[in-house]
Design a binder for this molecule. Structure first.
Ligand SMILES: [Zn+2]
Length: 294
C-alpha cells in the first residue's frame, strides 16, 4: 500500500512528508490519456498536492491550479488529507522540444499563475491563494506559494521517471517545511544537508522508499515518523448529485436557457471522463426550484 510518510524533527521546527506516488500518477495519466509532457506536469503536480494535503486536517482538500500560457494550458490536481486525488490537464497531448535532452515542463506550462485552493468541510467558500509561476517547473512554484502566502520556507523535490516510450516508471517526492521560530542553527544544518543531497531522480530510479528520499535531504537531523495510515488512491468523487448541484450554481437564467433548448444535456466529468445525462424533465425541476426560492 502506498501512503504519505510524515515526519517531525525533535524540536518540531521541521516537518516533512515523503511519498512514492507511482500508482496514482499512473492511474491519473491513463484516464487523462496524457502524452509524456502532460504526464510529467500532472505527475509532479499531483505528487506535490498529495504531500501538501497530508499536512492538513481530516477531510480537507488542497487543489493546485497551474494556469500558464504554454501549450499544456491549465493543469489542475487535488488531493485530500485522506490521500484521495484526481486531476486533469487541458491539452493532454501537447508537446514542446526537449531541453538538454529532458522534457521541458517549464515551456509546456509557460508563464502564468498558480492558484492554491484549500477547502474544508462545512466551510462555504474555499480559501484561494494566488502566486505567479516563478519557474513553471511545478515544485519551485509550490515552494514559492508556501513562502509567499503562508510564510513557510520549504524544500520541495518532485520526480517522475518515464520509460523510453513515455510510460510512468516511478514517481515520488519530498516536502520539507520550516515552521515559524526555527533557529539559525536548525536552518543552517538543514541547508547544509540539502546542499549535499543527491538528485531525487537518481534515488527514485534506484527504487528508494520514502524514508531514504527524506534522509537524502535531512541527513543527520533526526526525523521522527508520525502515523498517517491513509492509502493514496486515484479516485473521483463525481456523482449525479454533484453534477446537478453545479448546474444549479449556474444560476436561474442559465438553467432557463438550457430548458428553452428543449433537450437533454450530457455533462462530462473533466476529471474521470464519466458522463451524466441530465434530462429535460430534471432541468425543469431544477428551474422550478429557483422559483420556490424567491
Ligand atoms: Zn469524475
Amino acid at each position: 500500500m502506498q501512503r504519505v510518510f510524515r515526519f517531525y524533527s525533535d524540536d518540531l521546527f521541521i516537518r516533512a512528508t515523503s511519498v512514492i506516488s507511482t500508482p496514482v500518477v499512473k492511474a491519473m495519466c491513463e484516464v487523462q490519456k496524457t502524452g509524456p509532457l502532460a504526464t510529467m506536469a500532472l505527475g509532479r503536480a499531483v505528487t506535490g498536492a498529495v504531500l501538501m494535503a497530508a499536512q492538513l486536517r481530516d477531510k480537507q482538500v488542497v487543489g493546485l491550479h497551474f494556469r500558464g500560457n504554454g501549450p499544456l494550458g491549465s493543469v489542475y490536481t487535488e488531493a485530500s488529507y485522506e490521500g484521495e486525488c484526481r486531476g486533469w490537464v487541458d491539452q493532454p497531448d501537447a508537446s514542446v522540444p526537449l531541453k538538454d535532452g529532458r522534457i521541458d515542463v517549464a515551456s509546456g506550462l509557460g508563464i502564468g499563475l498558480l492558484n492554491v485552493i484549500r477547502s474544508q468541510p462545512f466551510e462555504k467558500a474555499p480559501h484561494i491563494g494566488t502566486v505567479e509561476l516563478i519557474s513553471s517547473e511545478i515544485g519551485d512554484d509550490i515552494a514559492y506559494y508556501l513562502h509567499q502566502s503562508l510564510q513557510i520556507p520549504s524544500v520541495i523535490s518532485l520526480g517522475v521517471i518515464l520509460s523510453p516510450t513515455g510510460e510512468v516508471e516511478v514517481a515520488g517526492g519530498v516536502l520539507i517545511e520550516l515552521m515559524p521560530g526555527a533557529t539559525e542553527g536548525v536552518i543552517s544544518s538543514l541547508e547544509a544537508s540539502v546542499a549535499s543531497a543527491a538528485s531525487l531522480s537518481k534515488l527514485l530510479a534506484e527504487g528508494k522508499g520514502p524514508d531514504a528520499l527524506l534522509k537524502n535531504y535531512t541527513g543527520s537531523i533526526k526525523m521522527n515518523p508520525i502515523e498517517h495510515p491513509y492509502e493514496i488512491k486515484y479516485s473521483c468523487r463525481c456523482s449525479a448529485d454533484r453534477v446537478e448541484r453545479s448546474i444549479t450554481m449556474l444560476g436561474r437564467e442559465e438553467v432557463q436557457n438550457m430548458v428553452d433548448e428543449r433537450r437533454d444535456f450530457e455533462v462530462r466529468c473533466e476529471f474521470c471522463g464519466r458522463t451524466y445525462l441530465i434530462g429535460l424533465t430534471r432541468l425543469e425541476e431544477i428551474l422550478a426550484g429557483f422559483a420556490q426560492m424567491n
